[in-house]
Design a protein around this ligand. Structure first.
Ligand code: GLU
Length: 512
């Protein structure tokens, strides 16, 4: 058992996606870990939509994110459309709340107005480049040569503000200070402020930047733990300094390891999915220019297989158990067992999880699923029995249709390659003798067929291989599948004989 963290404050965690497109599986993992952490610690899981960058807004993305979480079964209890005492939960709807906070920092000399136009900034950057400094930054050294409320006379600043001249508000980054904070996953993080620039906190369009909005909202929403992707680690020192500047307690941080591509070390991207043929999104997403990003749900993955696989990308329970229900995950999860190292996505393991879940699904449930996938079942097939026969060999429900097509219809093709290799001169006669025995069977259960078959082999003095494979090829058209006696019992005597007769006439022609 892992210890439940002793916490003075109630646990409140948030998943804070930006609606800039469909949610990548890395994003779903962040949501999942937040969900599990909240469950494990009797906390609250919140979703907050961070849409302060209006230029990157993609219609439908917010709905997609929520639908994905719903499909995965990891719904938050506070968020847009869900209620909660700390709303609104969409940052653009909170727009008016942020400016007073930015102004508070200005009045305390921790931030300042900057009036430099885009053109002016471009010029400075260009000049710096020509002088051999390609990475010019607006920071504690350069700020004093720029147009801002630290360099301009006070009355001019007031004039510019009252005239409505566009400005941004920048953080006044302290000079040469070591910022240290502890990350639950990474341990101590130490960054010198000389490596940080004077980040924009408030933009000329009247919107806060991600940094300000994120910190203000985490404070106002009483977030206790910030659990997010590693790509946000470089922003964490700035966030830490903002909490300090406001005089607020900093939440605990936990930066999750990157998801890496199966081959090589790069970050897992949509292109890897296309290249290697697996989805990197939870649900299908149709782009505005008609492109399809395929999703796990539509590919036929079981939601729990997807979740189980994702949980293991960066976390392990410290035991050999691999199959976990969502509830079991919530009972076992701890941030202490999340690794620092990037987690390599493994498509084969993903398939393995899916197979395990398919096998564990009751036949009746699979049959219902299958029923929805076939147009009509006018032969009144026993779909439950088909599922029972095929599920050990399938990864997806649709495989049952494809790989077990001979359970639905007579074979349309025969594996002549195998037939030509296995069909011996005596095979036809052995098969005809076996057909005769079948004909005489009154009980056509799998066990009855099997014992008759064994008895037949004995009387003929031949091994099992001499008849079983040809029998299978005639009835199913293929060389592999579930037990032949089960298949026989499922199809029934008349059908088996009919198939053998048809198959034999075709095959005898071919092997002549
Ligand atoms: N809005 C950020 C994102 O899109 C969230 C970062 C955070 O959780 O602080 O990933």
């Amino acid at each position: 058992m892992h210890k439940i963290l002793k916490m003075s404050k109630p646990v409140r965690v948030r998943f804070a996606p930006s609606p800039t497109g469909p949610l990548h599986m890395g994003g779903v993992r962040t949501a999942l870990y937040n969900y599990l952490f909240a469950k494990r610690n009797n906390g609250t899981f919140i979703i907050r939509i961070e849409d302060t960058d209006q230029t990157r807004f993609v219609p439908g993305a917010q709905e997609y994110i929520l639908e994905s979480m719903k499909w995965c079964g990891i719904m938050p209890t506070e968020g847009p459309g869900l209620g909660g005492d700390y709303g609104p939960y969409v940052q653009s709807e909170r727009k008016e709340m942020y400016k007073p906070f930015a102004e508070q920092l200005i009045s305390e000399d921790k931030a300042y107005y900057a009036f430099d136009t885009a053109k002016e900034l471009e010029k400075v950057r260009e000049q710096a480049k020509q002088m051999g400094m390609p990475n010019w930054q607006y920071n504690s050294v350069t700020r004093m040569s720029m147009r801002n409320s630290l360099t301009l006379p006070k009355d001019e600043v007031e004039k510019l503000l009252s005239e409505g001249v566009p400005y941004v508000i920048r953080m006044k980054m302290p000079r040469n200070r070591d910022v240290r904070f502890q990350d639950i996953i990474r341990g101590w993080v130490v960054v010198n402020t000389n490596n940080l620039d004077d980040k924009v906190l408030f933009k000329s369009d009247g919107m806060p930047t991600y940094h300000l909005a994120n910190v203000v909202d985490d404070y106002l929403m009483k977030i206790s733990h910030v659990i997010r992707g590693e790509e946000w680690l470089p922003s964490a020192p700035l966030h830490y300094l903002l909490y300090e500047a406001f005089g607020w307690d900093c939440p605990e941080f936990a930066h999750l390891p990157l998801l890496l591509r199966p081959d090589g070390n790069g970050k897992l991207s949509k292109r890897d999915g296309d290249r290697l043929g697996f989805p990197v999104f939870p649900l299908d997403w149709h782009t505005s220019d008609g492109e399809l990003y395929s999703g796990y749900r539509e590919k036929g993955f079981h939601r729990q297989a997807f979740i189980n696989m994702l949980a293991f990308l960066g976390w392990n329970p410290g035991t050999t158990q691999e199959i976990f229900s969502l509830e079991e995950l919530a009972n076992s999860f701890s941030l202490e067992r999340v690794s620092k190292a990037g987690a390599k996505f493994d498509p084969d393991k993903t398939k393995w999880f899916q197979q395990q879940y398919l096998r564990a699904t009751p036949d009746a449930e699979l049959a219902q699923d299958l029923k929805n996938k076939i147009e009509k079942n006018d032969k009144l097939l026993n779909l439950e029995e088909i599922c029972r026969l095929m599920k050990e060999r399938a990864t997806f429900v649709t495989d049952i249709l494809e790989e077990g097509s001979y359970l639905f219809d007579r074979p349309k093709t025969y594996d002549f390659d195998t037939i030509s290799k296995k069909w011996k001169p005596e095979t036809t006669e052995l098969i005809q003798g076996w057909m005769h025995k079948i004909d005489g069977l009154s009980d056509f259960s799998a066990t009855a067929v099997e014992s008759k078959f064994k008895n037949y082999l004995e009387t003929k003095g031949v091994g099992i291989g001499a008849v079983l494979l040809p029998f299978r090829l005639l009835v199913t058209g293929v060389g592999m599948g579930p037990g032949m006696f089960d298949i026989s019992a499922f199809l029934g005597k008349e059908e088996v004989l009919e198939r053998m007769k048809t198959g034999l006439s075709l095959i005898v022609e071919r092997v002549k």
